[in-house]
Each structure stands twice: as structure tokens, then as C-alpha cells.
Design a protein around this ligand. Structure first.
Ligand code: ARG
Length: 306
């Protein structure tokens, strides 16, 4: 119960930030009632691996490096994945995707190896079979189905349009952002880049490799707005109060999934079983609470040279 309460608190914190002083226009696209975009762990506790086949993956499990689980990530996406900076200055990969990666590796009896890179790189590495998994807050975008297999959804959330607090009145609706005088940002290779092309085709769309670069350009006024995952936008808004999460943006392929190396059925089954275990035993809720809390502290997003 206490854990549940802490989770509620964390979510309430995140939600209250979305208001930009209380006048966030409601999304009128019809599919998202106010509050629906607060990220929610996806668990129904169900065993998605089926009732007769559970555990069958064990005997046929293979990974690219025997005994290891090699996972690509893009640590520019708090609270999903980011670098947490300790008092002595050392940086560690953190975020609920990273905790989930460790949980999955433990569940499968493998040693976890995480490879950080830019977001579009994670999809390419997965497509080329150079890693076993991609864990980077992937949306199950049908356009990606050729590059990876999708796990079950482990968290649901929404999409947002962000701008500076000072400019929020310029964007009462997403249609108002579709003007040729605006520079609109999104991450390369992300569904947000597609959302930008869909909703603001007349604007100058600027695609950048890392989410923090988008943020920097927004804060310095080079970008007028950007499309960012809601939970990530709200996390940034905690650290940068000038930022306003101004609009909900409708998007169909909801939720986040793990990308699994295409055709590795045993791995996919094992990953799904692990995800469903993490959702039903409360671990994943705890990962989210901790990541949201940690993301409000000293973090670096984006790649650091080791
Ligand atoms: N959910 C979006 C997508 O799948 C954005 C994910 C970006 N992830 C990241 N770690 N930067 O395209």
C-alpha cells in the first residue's frame, strides 16, 4: 500500500507539472480524456506467453554473445533512461528501462551488457542483429515491425507538444503550430518526427539526434516548439521551469515496448514472461517511482564519452 501511495505521489507530481499554470488546453481529438496521458505501468499481471507454452523458451534461448544479454539504449530520455551523476561525479546509466533490463537479464539468467548510442542507432543495431534487445522507450510503431519484434507493452503514456512558458498562448491547438514561420523540433528516427510531419508539415521541421539538444534549442529560442513523449517532457519541465508542456498530441501506437532481435522467438517469449513478472510482482512500479525521483536530481542526458 505504501508503495502504491508513493507511486501515486510521483504520478501526481508529474501530472501537476503538465498544467503550465493551469490553463493547458484539453486535447479535443476525442481519444484522451484529461489525465489519460499520465504514464501508467501496463500490468494486468496476465501471462502473455500463453498458458501451455510458459517457460518453453528456456531450453532454446540464444543470444548474440552466449551468457550475455546485449541491450542497446539511448540515454537521453529521463525517466526512461539517462545518466545519473553521483556526488563524486561518476555517471551511471539509470532509469526504469535500465532497471527493467537488469530484471529481464536476471530472469533469463544472463549477464546484462548495455550499449549506449543515439536513438536511431538503437533501431539500426537491432535491425542488423548486433544486439539482442533495444530498450529505449520504443513505441510499437508499425513502420518498425520489419526491424524488430515487439514485446508486450510495459508502460503507457502520451505524446506532447512543448514550448517556452512565454509562448504558450501562441499554441492553443496543434493547428496553430502549423505555420511556416515556426521551427519545430523532434528526435531523429522517432515517432515524434512523424508526428511533426503529420501535424506541422508547413513548419520548418528540425530533426536532432538527441532530446537534450532539442531542449537546448528550445530554451535559447532557436526552436518555437517540439514534439516529445509526455513523461519525458514533464521530467525536463521539472528541471527547466521555462519549459511548458502545452498540448496533448494524439497518437495511435500507445505504450512502450522492448524491441527484440527479429525472429528470436525464445528470447521474445522469455522477455514477455519477465516483463509480466515485473509488472505483477510490483517491481516495475518501484522502478518508475525511483526513476522519476532520480531524474529530478543530478542527471546528464545524452551520451557521455567514457
Ligand atoms: N517513443 C518514441 C519512439 O519510439 C521515442 C523514443 C525515444 N527514446 C529515446 N531513448 N530517446 O519513437
Amino acid at each position: 500500500m505504501k508503495k502504491f501511495f508513493t507511486l501515486l505521489l510521483a504520478l501526481a507530481m508529474v501530472l501537476s507539472l503538465a498544467a503550465c499554470g493551469g490553463d493547458k488546453p484539453a486535447d479535443n481529438a476525442g481519444d484522451s480524456a484529461p489525465g489519460n496521458d499520465a504514464a501508467q505501468p501496463a500490468g494486468n499481471g496476465g501471462d502473455a506467453s500463453g498458458d501451455d507454452g510458459a517457460g518453453d523458451w528456456k531450453s532454446s534461448l540464444t543470444t548474440i554473445n552466449a551468457g550475455k544479454l546485449t541491450v542497446a539504449t539511448s540515454p537521453d530520455f529521463a525517466p526512461y533512461e539517462f545518466y545519473a551523476i553521483a556526488d563524486d561525479g561518476t555517471a551511471t546509466l539509470a532509469g526504469f528501462d535500465m532497471d527493467l533490463a537488469q530484471y529481464i537479464a536476471d530472469y533469463l539468467g544472463l549477464e546484462l551488457e548495455v550499449v549506449p548510442m543515439d536513438f536511431d542507432g538503437t533501431i539500426m543495431e537491432l535491425q542488423q542483429g548486433n544486439v539482442d534487445l533495444g530498450m529505449a522507450g520504443y513505441s510499437p510503431d508499425p513502420k518498425r515491425a520489419d526491424s524488430m519484434d515487439f514485446s508486450d507493452v510495459y508502460i503507457t503514456g502520451g505524446q506532447s507538444f512543448v514550448c517556452l512558458q512565454a509562448n504558450k498562448d501562441k499554441f492553443p491547438s496543434i493547428e496553430e503550430a502549423n505555420k511556416s514561420e515556426y521551427q519545430i523540433g523532434a528526435q531523429v528516427g522517432s515517432i515524434q518526427a512523424d508526428l511533426a510531419k503529420e501535424h506541422t508539415p508547413d513548419a520548418d521541421i528540425i530533426e536532432l539526434a538527441k532530446v537534450p539538444d532539442i531542449l537546448a534549442e528550445l530554451l535559447t529560442g532557436k526552436l518555437d516548439g517540439a514534439f516529445i513523449e509526455t513523461m519525458v517532457a514533464e521530467s525536463y519541465a521539472t528541471s527547466y521551469p521555462d519549459l511548458c508542456v502545452v498540448l496533448d498530441v494524439p497518437y495511435d501506437a500507445k505504450g512502450s515496448v522492448v524491441g527484440v532481435s527479429k525472429g528470436n522467438e525464445a528470447l521474445l517469449a522469455g522477455v514477455n514472461e519477465a516483463i509480466n513478472a515485473a509488472l505483477s510482482d510490483g517491481s516495475f512500479d518501484q522502478f518508475v517511482v525511483e526513476a522519476v525521483e532520480q531524474a529530478s536530481g543530478n542527471i546528464v542526458e545524452g551520451l557521455i564519452e567514457e
